[in-house]
Design a protein around this ligand. Structure first.
Ligand SMILES: Nc1nc2c(ncn2[C@@H]2O[C@H](COP(=O)(O)OP(=O)(O)OP(=O)(O)O)[C@@H](O)[C@H]2O)c(=O)[nH]1
Ligand SMILES: [Mg+2]
Length: 428
């Protein structure tokens, strides 16, 4: 849809945060915008920051600043302007008219990155849907842009009829994509119900926090990790051995970011369903990032938006290798006092650095599995094997052809055993 083509676009970044935002935070936001712009493939040739009380309704920036920006764009030979703030369709169009350059806001930039990074057909469909929904109220501007590019006599902007035809076409496409995604969601739901025995945990968190690294470290599987924003766009699930016969399924998900476009969150719902279905969320936080508390807030807000905020959650503070021991101690003490969620401190780079998470997961599952006493005929080898497969056998006695097993078992297995007439089940 919005393609950055070679040669690389030359981008000027614009941050216009409220005067109330602390300067440090404002700088971090612009730094993040620079990373996003770089990820999208553009070269950054300048930036401009203006503290605003209230944005100008028509052009976001005031007249004087627009003039300054125009000069900066000329000097830097820029081809693109990237705003950190959300622009209304009208503001975007007016700015393009005033500046004579293409103008993107953060949401458009994120959509663009998602579009170039989506690999599976599901991710591609999700991104396309979000892009079309974003485009719809901005059609007039897109057409104005196209006609400017094509220019020339006989290539004037489209009439209202053309716009209307386009709108109808896009609406039809949107319905089709939604139907496709619903089909995928149903198929996923069926797949999930087929594997409902295992304990499931889902990794969530800010982009670049280290979710995929944790999945890789925990499962030993080959998972894509990169020092880039939005390295992962597709949910991947791997089996993880937790020791003592415990196992869980761990899912990786798309990272969150400040001002994640709303359409994108909505169309990624299917992927994020993995998290809704999880028994436990692992919220991964990059403790070495100066803005981690704000990032955590962003993630919690998106989770609330997706109605996932009531899920049982473990906070996974990652990248502790980048902290001094003193810093780590301070956070450990604070977290122990202030947090209501269980928390764990890990590093995916240090040997054994994620073992605390493995242990905590094992303990969590263990305490979710009650201790049961199961009595069955010794000849029932199949049932015995089931108990060993699903649970943790603590003790086993055998006498006169009867076996008594003391074991921690998941509720599902207990339910199944209770339905067998030859088996007696009681709490231990
Ligand atoms: N120093 C340090 N770096 C880490 C650690 N864990 C991950 N990283 C690095 O952080 C970067 C991002 O890691 P990923 O695992 O791709 O992060 P992610 O959360 O999956 O990111 P997205 O998929 O983009 O949302 C990579 O460069 C990792 O090598 C850690 O414990 N310590
Ligand atoms: Mg990832």
């Amino acid at each position: 849809m919005i393609e950055l083509e070679t040669p690389r676009e030359r981008a000027v970044l614009v941050g216009a945060p409220s005067k109330r935002l602390p300067a440090e935070t404002a700088a971090e936001h612009l730094e993040e915008l620079a990373r996003l712009t770089d990820t999208a493939g553009a070269e950054i040739v300048g930036s401009l920051v203006q503290r605003l009380d209230t944005p100008h309704p028509r052009s976001y920036l005031g007249e004087g600043k627009i003039e300054e920006l125009r000069e900066l764009l000329d000097e830097a030979n820029a081809t693109l302007v990237v705003f950190d703030e959300e622009l209304s369709p009208a503001q975007g169009k007016n700015l393009e008219d005033l500046l004579g350059r293409r103008v993107l806001d953060r949401a458009e930039l994120i959509l663009d990155i998602f579009a170039t990074r989506a690999r599976t057909s599901e991710a591609k469909t999700q991104v396309e849907l979000a892009q079309l929904q974003y485009l719809l109220p901005r059609l007039t501007r897109m057409w104005a842009h196209l006609s400017r590019v094509r220019g020339g006599i006989g290539m004037r902007g489209p009439g209202e009829t053309q716009l209307e035809t386009d709108r109808q076409m896009i609406n039809r496409k949107i319905s089709r994509l939604k139907a496709d995604l619903e089909r995928v969601a149903r198929r996923r739901a069926t797949q999930r119900s087929g594997r409902n025995e295992a304990f499931r945990a889902a990794l969530v968190g800010y982009t670049n926090a280290g979710k995929s690294s944790i999945l890789r470290g925990m499962s030993g599987a080959d998972v894509f990790v990169e020092d880039r924003l939005f390295a992962t766009l597709d949910a991947a699930t791997r089996a993880v051995d937790l020791g003592d016969g415990y196992e869980c399924l761990l899912s990786d998900t798309v990272g969150f970011i400040r001002k994640l476009p709303h359409h994108l969150v909505a169309s990624f719902r299917a992927t994020l369903e993995e998290s809704r279905d999880a028994d436990l969320l692992l919220h991964v936080i990059d403790l070495s990032h100066p803005g981690w508390e704000e990032q955590r807030g962003v993630v919690e807000a998106v989770l609330a938006d997706l109605e996932l905020d009531e899920q049982p959650t473990i906070l996974v503070f990652n990248k502790v290798d980048r902290l001094t021991h003193e810093e780590e101690e301070i956070w450990r003490r604070r977290v122990a006092v202030e947090e209501s969620h269980p928390a764990v401190f890990v590093s995916t780079l240090e040997p054994g650095g994620i073992e605390p998470l493995r242990t905590l997961l094992r303990d969590t599952i263990r305490s979710a599995n009650p201790r049961m006493r199961i009595t069955l005929p010794a000849a029932e080898g199949g049932i015995l094997a089931e108990i060993y497969r699903d649970g943790e056998v603590l003790r086993r006695e055998e006498e006169n052809g009867t076996v008594i097993v003391h074991a921690r078992l998941p509720a599902a297995t207990v339910g199944r055993l209770r339905r067998r007439p030859q088996v007696q089940v009681s709490e231990d």
